[in-house]
Design a protein around this ligand. Structure first.
Ligand code: SAM
Length: 387
């Protein structure tokens, strides 16, 4: 018997609109065990495609194809190869980048990050978790990887009825891996860092910021110093602030590794620290704001916007005329227009006139699938204080 899932008229409309996610409320009938690939049928039994089926998740179906093609070994190989070929075409000047970006690479719920010869994978749905043992040898072969680590510890796996675990799936995965972005070396701890350890989605924004960075620089929410390390060589002095003691200690080690003597890192809450610096009359020529997602869901958007406004307002006040602010939001629930409005409000309240120098987003190795707003999460503006 072919495993099938029958969707409602609204589900069919969503599939025809190109969205890969079909929610439980739009799935009328399923004849399949959890975690398999199902044939998706419309309310009148019309074939709509094939999808990953999750029996517990609110995202019940994740469309793989709208064509009547087999989802066999050849199918997975072609999809993975297409994702790899795209990254090769980008001519990335780094040894760490995203190789597979889930829905946007038509490989829903699969993340693959490359750290040199090691791949770090995440399977974020029941069916992708089940596919993983078959996909790992293909990835190893297609990339020539020497090790594969599963960072299957994100909490979203619990919604899929999956356990959280970190394990080596292939070869040798060292505790620490050295990678580089442009001329900067970073030490990566793939088993323990946030996400898969580097914020790879900011790589191109770090490059862009290097064009403007100068003078006295402040990197807020610095984590392991992604921006601070990349920009310090362009600045007289660089300061990095993060609330995590562990992150701050890693910045120090990375600064030594890159022979940067003008970079200081300190542990502090950015909200308090920006106030303190303002009261102390400090000024900077370059400020970076890269906070965590303040709006984890729709209900938290108003509070998140107040947070974004507060830090942007204070950062603008700290800027010298002619100085640059690179400001980000990685909250999917705060869209680009709303974030832009928040920066505008911050500029009004701080009585600082700014021009938008660049409007940016997540790096091209984290593509956005049109029609799927969930894949556009990172907004980044580079603004310049005019007066
Ligand atoms: C998106 S990450 C920053 C990534 C970093 N810019 C990079 O390029 O690698 C956000 C960081 O903010 C830190 N953080 C969260 N809340 C904070 C707060 N109130 N004050 C300072 N740091 C905070 C987290 O520890 C985390 O390292």
């Amino acid at each position: 018997m072919i495993p099938t899932a029958v969707v409602s008229a609204r589900g069919e409309q969503r599939i025809r609109g190109g969205h890969p996610w079909i929610f439980a409320s739009d799935v009328d009938d399923v004849a399949a065990e959890g975690g398999v690939v199902v044939e998706v049928l419309g309310p009148r039994q019309r074939f709509l495609g094939r999808a990953l089926y999750s029996e517990q998740s609110q995202i019940t179906l994740r469309m793989l194809t709208r064509d009547d093609e087999d989802v066999d070994e050849g199918f997975w190989r072609r999809r993975i190869q297409a994702a790899i070929d795209y990254r090769t075409s980008l001519n990335i000047k780094a040894t760490a980048y995203r190789l597979v970006h889930a829905e946007a690479d038509l490989l829903p719920s699969l993340i693959v990050d490359r750290y040199g010869d090691v791949l770090v994978v995440q399977a974020l749905s029941q069916a992708m978790d089940r596919q993983l043992p078959a996909l790992v040898p293909m990835l190893v072969e297609q990339v020539g990887a020497t090790g594969v680590l599963a960072r299957n510890d994100p909490r979203v796996r619990l919604l899929e009825g999956l356990e959280q675990r970190v394990e080596v799936l292939f070869g040798n995965v060292p505790d620490l891996i050295t990678v580089h972005e442009s001329d900067v070396e970073y030490e990566v701890d793939p088993r323990h860092g946030q996400k898969t350890d580097l914020f790879l989605d900011q790589r191109e924004n770090r490059e862009a910021a290097a064009l403007y960075a100068r003078g006295r620089m402040l990197d807020c929410f610095s984590y392991h110093g992604g921006f601070a390390l990349r920009l310090a060589g362009h600045c007289d002095t660089a300061e990095a602030i993060d609330i995590s003691a562990d992150a701050v200690s890693r910045i120090g080690a990375n600064a030594v590794r890159n022979k940067l003597t003008n970079l200081q890192a300190r542990e502090a809450n950015v909200f308090d620290e920006l106030r303190r610096l303002e009261q102390a009359g400090e000024h900077y020529d370059t400020v970076v704001l890269d906070p965590p997602a303040f709006a984890k869901n729709k209900a938290s958007v108003p509070k998140a916007l107040a947070g974004y406004k507060d830090i942007n307002l204070r950062a603008l006040r700290l800027l010298n005329p002619g100085g640059y602010l690179l400001t980000c939001s990685c909250s999917y629930n705060v869209d680009e227009a709303t974030f832009a409005e928040t920066i505008y409000e911050a500029s009004i309240d701080s009585r600082v006139s700014v021009t938008v120098v660049e409007k940016r987003m997540q790096g091209r190795d984290h593509p956005v699938l049109l029609g799927v707003p969930e894949t556009y999460y990172l907004k980044c503006f580079i603004v310049r204080r005019v007066a």
